[in-house]
Design a protein around this ligand. Structure first.
Ligand SMILES: [Cu+2]
Length: 693
């Protein structure tokens, strides 16, 4: 499955390269420019088995995934992950309901209903989501499109797939009606899987169940286009073995509306969106229950998101101007209780509110076909606040009481004014070679967890390092200075696009040993009471950090049947104020794909190799991992014009391996010790059928 994803991505790249090979002007080809700035994975007609959209990112140079569960992969790009990356879901911004990102934004677009996933290469433009210190990822689900005639036509897609590693099954469909001025579509999906196998047993719990439905309507009249979309996502029980609890449910309603106007040389784009997400998780319903009944925990959380984007674009002979403003606000709540003790409660977050109001201007300029420039600036005004909190520990234990009172008596309102600036230059030296250089300043204000976590807990946006943390009301925004260099070489049937990058991050937010005596005493008391040995808590703090590395993608087309392609990624993340590495940074890795193509069938083989990761974070007690190699094969056959059958085997050799980015096991399991690193999935045979009409 994954190889086909690569293939499609690379096939797209190959298609986009053709005009340049034919000797046409590189910069007149929008699609080529697109290749210089981002990687687009098209999912239409393709094999897709993983229920986790973020897994697709492994096919993009520089990207990877922090795996916390089958539906909970947190995207990583060039060493930064989670809220440091900006996500756009069908034009909307979305902040997860899970304080540990059990529902990362991309989990609200299932791969089976995705039409494309775009990853900006390196420095993201200021015009895409508001905060993009670590990059930007744009996703779009399938819907209908306008046709050219007045008569309505109907079309649809039906997809079903099954896989052996977890007895996973998926059924997904879309049906739509459209003419030249209306389109309407309904999509629905249901998927489930059991606990996944590896050569030494099972990963517990890693089962999942999810249903997703979407209704869209679009209207077009002359230069005006209007569309609305409603999505409902219902995730059932799903495992997150690297975290202290598992998903009981997610229930999300997502709404967005869009208006576009195409004028003479200018256009307008207005989007309005909102989502309401509800979530429950426990440490007793999916994993073995804690023997001590006082340790049962349920956490009920929610996120309310709303926002808009309004932007205007003006085109002239030399390029494009874009100005816009946007707003996004989110309110998070979290309540922890114990079904065995109705007295027990902890208000984890009480109306933790974060809003970002942004204004931006961006210009793309072409100079005589040889140079292209992108410059942009954005100002984000970030406001945060939270209400007072309480909990039974704070009524019974003096250290918890002190922490609560410190929090409740403090000024919890804050605001940051952050400035982002981007300048990128491409120089086409010949028909085959284009040079690139980019510089940027990017910022990110703290997340609500980093600021408002008042009691030492593990609600950290999915760090899954086993530490408890407290927030810090005095945090400053992170500020990164970036430089990247590279080139795009397209020589006959060979192309390669390396990028070197370096970034220095001032006020990087990282957990450091707390000096708060109440927090230290609280964790000590809990250890004594529960006979646990949790380490001393960390506190989110501003430190200094740097990231550097190299990522490359390439392809060689031998003839119309054979082609070879690959990726190479290296990133290093470390503290620059003390001698330590950053936590959970992807090891060096590479992918090599061989593809054989015939008119109505194809076969491909993929070799994936990961190096060991010895640059681990001392402060997060991170463990090293050793390297490994995996082989995957797959193929597909176009039975008729409408029906495609695909099959494949992932991890053909049933290798036992530990992915550095998949954390430590937290659930009792006869096959993997608690605290040991989780194993990657074993051999997986899958089948898929796609029917289109
Ligand atoms: Cu959760």
């Amino acid at each position: 499955m994954q190889n086909l994803r690569t293939l499609l991505a690379l096939a797209f790249l190959a298609v986009s390269i053709k005009p340049a090979v034919a000797g046409e002007h590189l910069f007149d080809e929008i699609i080529v420019t697109e290749r210089q700035t981002k990687r687009v994975i098209y999912l239409e007609d393709q094999l897709d088995i993983s229920p986790d959209t973020s897994q697709l990112l492994k096919k993009v140079p520089g990207a990877n995934v922090n795996g916390n569960g089958p539906l909970s992969g947190i995207p990583q790009y060039r060493g930064m992950f989670g809220a440091r990356i900006g996500f756009v879901i069908n034009g909307a911004l979305l902040a997860p309901a899970g304080p540990n990102w059990m529902d990362p934004p991309l989990s609200y677009v299932a791969p089976a209903q995705l039409v494309k996933l775009e990853v900006y290469r390196g420095i993201a433009p200021v015009s895409v989501p508001q905060e993009t210190i670590g990059g930007a990822i744009i996703s779009e689900t399938v819907s209908a499109d306008f046709t050219n005639t007045k008569e309505f036509t109907s079309s649809g897609i039906l997809t079903t797939s099954a896989q052996s590693v977890n007895d996973g099954f998926l059924l997904s469909g879309l049906t739509s009606f459209a003419n030249n001025s209306h389109h309407v579509s309904i999509a629905a999906m249901s998927e489930e899987g059991d606990d996944a196998r590896f050569s030494g047993g099972r990963i517990l719990p890693s089962s999942y169940e999810r249903e997703r439905g979407e209704v869209s309507y679009g209207f077009r009249s002359a230069n005006h286009t209007f569309s609305i979309n409603y999505t409902r996502n219902t995730t059932g029980e799903a495992g997150t073995p690297t975290l202290a609890m598992d998903i009981d449910y997610f229930s999300g309603d997502l709404f967005n509306a869009r208006y576009q106007y195409e004028g003479q040389g200018w256009s307008l784009d207005a989007r309005l969106f909102g989502s309401e997400l509800h979530h429950g998780m426990t440490n007793y319903h999916l994993r073995p229950t804690p023997i001590d009944k006082t340790l049962w925990r349920q956490n009920t959380t929610s996120a309310e998101n709303e926002g808009f984007v309004i932007s205007g674009t003006h085109q002239d002979d030399f390029g494009e101007w874009q100005i816009g403003f946007d707003y996004f606000s989110t309110v998070n709540n979290s309540l922890i209780d114990n079904p065995n003790n109705t007295m027990f409660f902890v208000e984890g977050f009480n109306n933790a509110t974060r809003s970002v109001s942004g204004v931006f201007a961006e210009h793309q300029h072409r100079f005589s076909g040889k140079f292209q420039l992108e410059i942009g600036a954005r100002i984000n005004y970030v406001k945060m606040s939270a209400d007072a909190v309480d909990g039974t520990p704070a009524r019974m234990m003096p250290p918890a009481m002190a922490l609560r009172d410190q929090f409740n008596e403090a000024d919890r309102d804050s605001s940051d004014t952050n400035l982002d600036m981007v300048a990128k230059l491409w120089h086409r030296t010949s028909d085959t070679l284009s040079l690139y250089a980019g510089i940027a300043q990017k910022t990110r204000s703290p997340s609500f967890q980093e600021r408002f976590l008042w009691l030492p807990l593990q609600a950290t946006g999915g760090l899954a390092d086993g530490f408890t943390y407290t927030g810090n009301l005095d945090l400053e925004a992170e500020e990164s200075r970036d430089i990247e260099l590279g080139f795009d070489l397209i020589y006959s049937r060979f192309n390669i696009s390396p990028r070197l990058f370096y970034r220095e991050v001032r006020d990087f937010i990282q957990g450091t040993p707390t000096e708060n005596q109440a927090a230290l005493m609280f964790v000590n008391m809990m250890n004594l009471r529960n006979r646990t040995d949790n380490p001393n808590p960390l506190r989110f703090n501003n430190v200094d950090a740097e990231f550097y590395g190299l990522d490359i993608d390439w392809k060689y087309t031998l003839n119309e049947n054979w082609s070879f392609s690959g990726l190479m990624n290296y990133v290093r993340g470390k503290r620059s104020d003390v001698d330590d590495n950053l936590y959970r940074v992807a090891p060096a890795n590479m992918t090599f794909v061989v593809d054989y193509e015939q008119e109505n069938w194809n076969l491909n083989a993929e070799l994936v190799a990961y190096a060991s990761q010895n640059h681990v974070s001392l402060i997060n007690s991170e463990e090293t991992t050793t390297g490994y190699e995996l082989m995957n094969i797959s193929g597909s056959y176009l039975v008729t014009e409408n029906l495609r059958l695909s099959m494949g085997v992932d991890n053909v050799l049933d290798e036992t391996y530990q992915d550095h980015l998949t954390g430590y096991n937290r659930a009792r399991n006869p096959d993997i010790v608690v605290g040991g690193r989780l194993y990657g999935y074993g051999r997986n045979v899958f089948l898929k059928a796609n029917y289109k009409w």
